[in-house]
Design a binder for this molecule. Structure first.
Ligand code: DGJ
Length: 725
């Protein structure tokens, strides 16, 4: 006979995190999805479910009971261990690997307790504690945060040394995500290179491991710590998609491991390559956050959830809800020939077309006349700015604009006063050559004196000048990661300490100067991730400012990150990088899909071009709430179509924008229908340029025809929802 006790039909109250004692399940529920962890009879935590929210508690599976395949394949190879530690019969990627002071390298983590905290707003938290059952006095706490409205969960872990001896952490991951077993999964990920970042790629996963990672000291343009997985059939607006991203700007790794028994495990966190951490008694190590989400509704919803999550919970609070201003950056106009005169004349032009923040780039300090010298000497170059920065800042402010400035604090040129004074402030191995890239070396931010030097010069720069915008650059990756003078067991910590110091410096500066907007740059989009976006307000996605190449870069970016954080400049034509000539309107349209900036040499723009710029910037100011804070729908991808189309709607669905770009055409080709998304079926809409009203269904199913001619033509179509006739 069925009884309520062993067959629970009821939903668990109204909580988004609950523990069901009968079934020994922690159920983490958001609006549409659930993530469920079970406790097995050996006190192991198992992930038993991640997917669509199910109606009844009893619908969720319970833990896998003891079973194995052979003496070679024990239970550990089958069950979805929530936080597997290396030891015993575990052979797959571990979340934790430790060497104890007596050289034992084996862990057996067992459950000891949990705590649920229902927080304000839409966030609930769960902490589950585990200890090493072999009594090595190591405690692991697993933290989960559920964002109810967004179908997003964050996880991270904390390892605490409760013993009397230090221990060495050799690998510590933020956590695992498991997908339903025995499916053919397709991985969508972002890869690239300098000036070709965030390129979207897809591959079917087969048995073994696919790893995306950085071993370069920072996030890198070569891969981005974001992923999406589907069963090979998801599209923009339908299909199961599991997705995730790591909040870490140092060496990172995400491993997709498909076992020969059909188990797909996604393990992510700090890269264990050349890493170790000396965990002293009574101290703890906290991992970066690994965010995950699930939707039944395709890549479009997955991206929009990530965008809303970043807008509400990731971007630094001081500016998250402010619209990003239109910036001018003089890099491509003057390169290292930056001086008071050239910048003043550019500033006047910039103000006249409607720019709101004027940013001077590299070259304003030390003996920085090229990339060969001066990096590290953060005093104003008196030949270029004889009276310092103040007169220029005053000019810029009097023109009604904020002033912004470029810095690259983590680096030094060997030809600099800083390096001559402190040749030991970089990463190096004594007696070995110090490899240069772009004529520069990486400062050792693990050192407290270096960290303080950087904080102090930044504090001085921001404290003495009315600066409202910082572009924080980083133009090379690490080599010879030595830290002479420090105990050998601590040296491999630099990979983590560098990033922690960077975060700390920016946090302290943000706290002291809340009005300053920070832009993350690493030779373009080499440091774009949820870790930097928690501290900096926006990113420079690429040094590639060709408006057509940008379509692919921006599309990839949009899969993982929100348009408000995606800065895009209109630069000169032909483009400096690839020589492609594009109309000014096309260049504007492409750059208006994120946070608009201007990067061309305005002194060379004709009267007509200046007039176009005035019109386009004023148009951008009208539409930027929709672009920066609305919903983004990818209609036609530049990867697969001759036409690229992207739609933005404001959160209320009243204003719709469609950006359309033609690559090239053959004479006689008929226009292609572009089908809109996310509209209200029976609501009426007015398409700019037409007197007819048309239903949401018609716009989505019949589509609109946008006339695009020749090569590289573009249009922005504005559509308004009619609230009452
Ligand atoms: C690389 C950046 O991505 C560019 O925009 C520019 O700031 C240069 N560095 C300056 O050196």
């Amino acid at each position: 006979m069925l009884s309520e006790r062993n067959f629970i039909y009821k939903r668990m109250l109204n909580m988004s995190v609950s523990y069901c004692e009968d079934k020994k399940l922690w159920i983490l529920e958001s609006k549409n999805t659930s993530y469920v962890i079970g406790l097995d009879e050996e006190s192991n935590l198992q992930n038993v479910y991640w997917g669509t929210k199910l109606p009844y508690v009893n619908d969720y599976p319970t833990v896998d009971f003891k079973h194995g395949h052979s003496s070679f394949d024990a239970r550990e190879g089958f069950t979805n261990l929530e936080y597997p530690a290396w030891g015993g019969l575990l052979y797959s990627e571990p979340c934790l690997k430790v060497t104890f002071s007596d050289n034992v390298r084996n862990l057996s983590l067992k459950y000891v307790g949990y705590e649920i905290t229902e927080n304000a707003e839409d966030i609930s938290e769960l902490r589950i504690d585990l200890i090493d059952s072999l009594s090595y006095k190591l405690q692991v706490s697993l933290y989960f945060r559920v964002f109810k409205e967004l179908d997003i969960i964050e996880k991270y872990s904390k390892v605490l040394n409760k013993g009397e001896n230090p221990m060495t952490i050799e690998s510590i991951q933020s956590g695992n995500w498991y997908l339903p077993k025995d499916e053919n999964y397709r991985l969508t990920y972002l890869t690239g290179r300098w000036s070709g970042e965030t390129q979207l790629k897809q591959t079917i996963l087969t048995e073994g491991k696919k790893i995306i990672e950085s071993r370069r000291g920072t996030t890198s343009p070569h891969a981005n710590p974001w992923f999406a997985l589907d069963k090979g059939n998801a599209e923009e607006e339908h299909g199961d998609v599991w997705f995730g991203a790591l909040a870490w700007s140092g060496n990172w790794k995400i491993a997709f491991e498909l076992s020969t028994f059909g188990q797909l495990k996604v393990t992510g966190g700090i890269n264990d390559f050349d890493f170790s951490w000396n965990l002293k008694p009574n101290s703890s190590f906290i991992t970066p956050i690994f965010t995950g989400g699930y939707t039944e509704k395709g890549f479009g919803v997955a991206s929009r959830s990530m965008h809303s999550y970043q807008l509400k919970h990731i971007l630094p609070k001081e500016h998250a809800n402010e619209l990003r201003k239109v910036i001018y950056n003089s890099w491509e106009a003057t390169y290292f020939d930056v001086d008071a005169k050239s910048q003043r004349s550019l500033a006047k032009k910039a103000a006249s077309i409607g720019v709101e923040v004027f940013v001077i780039d590299d070259g304003w300090f030390g003996e920085r006349n090229s990339d060969k010298a001066g990096l590290g000497d953060w005093n104003v170059n008196k030949n270029k700015f004889p009276e310092g920065l103040t007169p220029l800042i005053e000019t810029v402010n009097n023109l009604g604009m904020d002033f912004g400035i470029w810095v690259e604090p983590e680096m030094v040129n060997p030809d600099s006063d800083l390096y001559r004074k402190h040749p030991d402030w970089i990463y190096y191995f004594p007696g070995l050559p110090r490899t240069e890239a772009r004529n520069q070396l990486v400062l050792n931010l693990a050192r407290t004196d270096v960290k303080e030097y950087i904080y102090n010069f930044m504090d001085n720069l921001l404290g003495k000048n009315n600066i409202k915008f910082i572009k924080w650059d980083m133009n090379r990756h690490f080599t010879e990661p030595g830290w002479p003078g420090v105990a050998i067991e601590d040296q491999k910590e630099i990979w983590v300490r560098h990033t922690l110091s960077l975060y700390e410096i920016v946090e302290r500066l943000k706290q002291k100067y809340p009005g300053v907007v920070f832009e993350a740059c690493s030779g373009g989009g080499g440091r774009v991730d949820l870790g930097i976006l928690r501290r900096m307000d926006e990113c420079w996605p690429s040094d590639n400012t060709d408006a057509f190449d940008r379509l692919k870069i921006q599309e990839g970016f949009s899969f993982a990150y929100l348009p408000k954080a995606m800065v895009a400049w209109v630069t000169d034509s032909p483009n400096w990088l690839n020589g492609r000539a594009l109309s000014l309107i096309y260049r504007f349209h492409s750059a208006m899909m994120g946070t608009l900036g201007i990067g061309g040499n305005l002194n060379h723009w004709s009267k007509e071009e200046i007039e176009i710029a005035i019109k386009m910037i004023s148009l951008y100011k009208e539409i930027r709430p929709v672009v920066q804070e609305g919903n983004l729908y990818r209609l036609l991808s530049p990867r697969t179509n001759n036409i690229t189309a992207v739609e933005y709607t404001d959160k209320k669905g009243l204003e719709i924008l469609v950006f359309a770009f033609l690559h090239s055409s053959q004479f006689g080709e008929l226009p292609k229908a572009i089908y809109l998304k996310g509209l209200q079926a029976t609501a009426l809409y007015k398409v700019e340029g037409s007197d007819e009203l048309i239903s949401g269904t018609a716009l989505m199913k019949r589509g609109i025809y946008i006339t695009l001619k020749g090569d590289f033509d573009s249009k922005l179509i504005r559509i308004k929802k009619i609230e009452s006739i």
